[in-house]
Design a protein around this ligand. Sequence first.
Ligand SMILES: *Cc1c(COP(=O)(O)O)cnc(C)c1O
Length: 498
Amino acid sequence: MELLYASTRNGDEKATASEAILKGLASDGGLFVPTEIPALDVDLDDLAKMTYQETAYTVMHKFLTDFTEEELKNCITAAYDSKFDTEEIAPLVNADGAYYLELFHGPTIAFKDMALSILPHLLITAARKNNIQNEIVILTATSGDTGKAALSGFADVKGTRIIVFYPKNGVSPIQEKQMVTQKGANTFVVGINGNFDQAQTGVKQMFSDSDLGRALAESGYQFSSANSINIGRLVPQIVYYVYAYAKLYANGEITKGEKINFVVPTGNFGNILAAFYAKHMGLPIAKLICASNENKVLYDFFSTGVYDKNREFILTSSPSMDILISSNLERLIYRIAGDDAEKNAELMKALSTEGTYKISEAMKSELKDFYGNYTTEEKTAQVIRDLYKNTGYMIDTHTAVAAGVYDAYQSDTQDTQTKTVIVSTASPFKFTRSVMDAIDKEKYDSMTDFELVYELSRIANVTVPPAIETIRNAKVLHDTVCEPNEMEDVVKKFLKIE
Ligand SMILES: *Cc1c(COP(=O)(O)O)cnc(C)c1O
């Protein structure tokens, strides 16, 4: 049976999976959501024997029903190969009473690789299926990690171009270096003098600008999105929740059907939404624990039912979570409104005009699957330090935010029994300065970022990932910087339009 996707803002707009992947965003500005969540009707004993790639096919073919078996398997094989530094793709590590699901073994050592290594293949396959002749232009705003992961996924992929906007002063030096050294004649990287939300707003505006769309089409281009709003990003992320559960079972850590918690360090709400979908497929999940840093707009939302982005934007040591508008939350809002596009559109309108909205009591009661909390900067550093001291295991700042929230969850709820997986979204080598500051700021203050990389490797007894080694002496190939209101001009210039 074919699974269709509906816009969260207009009940009448429906698309097949491949159409939804191609479009990224629905024409009314809404997000595509599956009209129903397919059941995970596979025996756990079978899942337990599967490789990552086999698990990926098992989960993804239920969502991407207009892809043939061969097409989907080709995409999976091309994505999850030796670009990852372990055959397990997403290993689980047990440390200090919790399991860390390491999603950072891909080419850019952060979790965005899990989806962005497959998205270009899904997109090109979708274009072929829908007889698209235009060149696909990927337009992306990044808070740091998406940018590099998307660039590396799309670089030199025939029939595509990719333009990435990042906040000039809002990403780590290593993140910036990773992006501006990107090779590939079809890649463009632009720093904006603004924050991530401004970059994302600018990208969204271009997507819904029909004049720009026409100008593009006349020159043989069309936009698509690699941001986490694309269902081609969301669906591959469901896979590792199923895989982690099956691995815990295979290793005898849990019994069949035993419910476990997942703690997810959250920004745009894409990763944790994938966990929510996994739960609704039937994966035995107790709580979805949503971890925020000091930009705790989601924590406030879960506790009060009011989403309010009118607040100070705080730059933290977990920059990929420095977000005040969590785009993917719209999919949850739509769901808890009873798949009511009209109600959702009303709330999203309030968000864009007033910066805030309030959900009804009935909707709030649908949030029982979730627990939200946040970790301060000070506590984040303490978590890194304590875990390292107690176990020798080193985690990055984003993962530490999640571990800090797991602590808070345990003291808050007294639930210390439920087995819990902390989703580890970046390698500590990606945020070396913050991680080493947490260990001993005074000692490491005078070292350069690259000296710190080798010191981290030494004290944690982990080899330096190739992703870091290769950018060390790489040449800067991108140096464009613009104001938030100049983004459209920059895009036209790159594409030589007008
Ligand atoms: C993107 C990112 C997050 C946040 O994930 P969302 O899906 O946006 O909630 C957390 N940690 C790291 C390292 C990331 O790159």
